[in-house]
Ligand binder design. Structure first.
Ligand SMILES: *Cc1c(COP(=O)(O)O)cnc(C)c1O
Length: 420
């Protein structure tokens, strides 16, 4: 066994580092649902790059497409030039994803991160409507650049901006009150009241399941009502599917369950398939009012990501198998978590959809303790929510049932030792 050398991370890397604090080892390699540290320990991954690794680490199908592409001197950096890899990806995205769902979206390649996609969505909504204000939701997370941060809820992250974050108004997300009070009361009331002081918004931005915000799940009927409210008031609806898209909740787009068609959709994290940076912004054809180059970015043409994205869409989205397996595996986690909530009633509860599932602790300290014990037992799981009170599971969609059961046993044991 070699020792794990971590000095340089403490002496040289900024204090801003975070995941490395909860998982204080040095990772060396990974495949499928497992990471290995340099001292030879194996870690089952219930985190999957915060949802960027839906198809697992170094997925062999994507890896061989990538190796072939690199070996043939395929274009690596392409700005927004036309390339063979990009043409292939656009054609596959249309035939496997958009056309079967009856979605007539134009596709924009913003810079290759989620926050870039969100920035482009907000800019476009403002340009289309000529209005500046955006409605966001309590506990939302949309990214770290100023526009995206202005529609993000977390007060610690907002404070990091160092300037006032303006032109956004938070409204209650589904179930913010008691699940009985109609959450739209306030929103529709202030929209229609000329004395409310609410500026007429350009757009509403929403996650169907708030990942970073603590696995808060919006009901399909809530999303449907939101879409109706937006279209009646001529406000654009942006669904931020950066984390919940690409099959995380079951269907490719997380909003499919509600039968709605957002005006604008953001995708990143798992769209590149292999963990390579990539993002897409999708919008209805009539909203494509951009001037050439009005929103740009040096790394919009990350062609190796286009190759792995194409391979992932082609392999995993030609039929319903992945969606169905995701829903079945999600139910397996939900069953295990329901057992825990019954055993530790009052201390633990559960919520989720598909392969994003949360174990919610009344005492936030216990959630962190469970993740700490899990790490010692060889399992990576992170906390989320405003007080880090939720153990959030985001395993690769390709995880096997045996792997899932192995990780769930570790979590159950950890919960027993923390809560009994
Ligand atoms: C992760 C995330 C973002 C930001 O993506 P980055 O690639 O980190 O910029 C935006 N929205 C949601 C919902 C996310 O989960």
């Amino acid at each position: 066994m070699t020792t794990v050398e971590t000095d340089v991370f403490q002496t040289l890397e900024s204090e801003v580092r975070s995941y490395s604090r909860g998982w204080p080892t040095v990772f060396e390699s990974a495949s499928g649902s497992w990471l290995r540290s340099e001292d030879g320990k194996e870690y089952l991954d219930f985190f999957a790059g915060a949802g960027a690794l839906n198809y697992g680490h170094n997925n062999p199908i994507l890896k061989s497409a990538l190796i072939d592409y690199i070996a043939s001197d395929g274009i690596t950096h392409g700005l927004d030039m036309q390339t063979v890899a990009k043409r292939q990806l656009l054609e596959t995205f249309e035939s496997k994803i958009l056309a079967p769902r009856g979605l007539d979206y134009k596709v924009q390649f913003p810079g290759p991160t989620g926050t870039n996609s969100v920035e482009s969505a907000l800019k476009l909504a403002r340009k289309v409507t000529g209005r500046s204000s955006i409605i966001n939701f309590t506990n939302a997370f949309h990214g770290m650049t100023l526009g995206a941060l202005s529609v993000t809820g977390n007060s610690m992250k907002r404070a990091g901006a160092g300037v006032p974050l303006v032109h956004a108004t938070p409204m209650p997300f589904d179930n913010y009150f008691d699940g009985v009070t109609e959450d739209f009361h306030w929103f529709s009331r202030v929209l229609d009241d000329s004395g409310s002081g609410l500026n007429r918004p350009a757009a509403v931005i929403v996650e169907t399941v708030q990942g970073e915000g603590g696995v808060n799940v919006a009901r399909p009927e809530w999303l449907k009502a939101l879409a109706t409210l937006c279209s009646e008031r001529e406000i654009l609806l942006i669904v931020d599917d950066v984390q919940m898209g690409c099959g995380r909740t079951g269907p490719f787009f997380s909003f499919e369950i509600a039968g709605i068609t957002p005006d604008i959709v953001t995708l990143s994290k798992s769209i590149g398939g292999y963990g390579l940076p990539m993002a897409l912004t999708l919008f209805k054809r009539e909203l494509d009012v951009w001037s050439p180059g009005e929103h740009n970015g040096t790394f919009r043409g990350n062609n190796p990501a286009f190759v792995t994205a194409n391979a992932a869409l082609d392999h995993y989205w030609s039929d319903e198998a992945l969606s169905e397996a995701t829903i079945a595996k999600g139910a397996r986690i939900a069953d295990a978590f329901t057992d825990l909530s019954n055993t530790f009633e009052g201390q633990v509860s559960t919520r989720g959809r598909g392969l994003v599932q949360g174990l919610v602790f009344a005492d936030p300290d216990k959630a962190s303790k469970v993740c700490g014990i899990a790490f010692d037992q060889g399992l990576l799981a992170e906390t989320s929510g405003p007080s880090d009170e939720v153990v959030k599971l985001l395993p690769p969609l390709t995880i096997t049932e045996d792997e899932l059961d192995h990780g769930l046993r570790i979590l159950a044991d950890a919960t027993h030792s923390v809560c009994s």
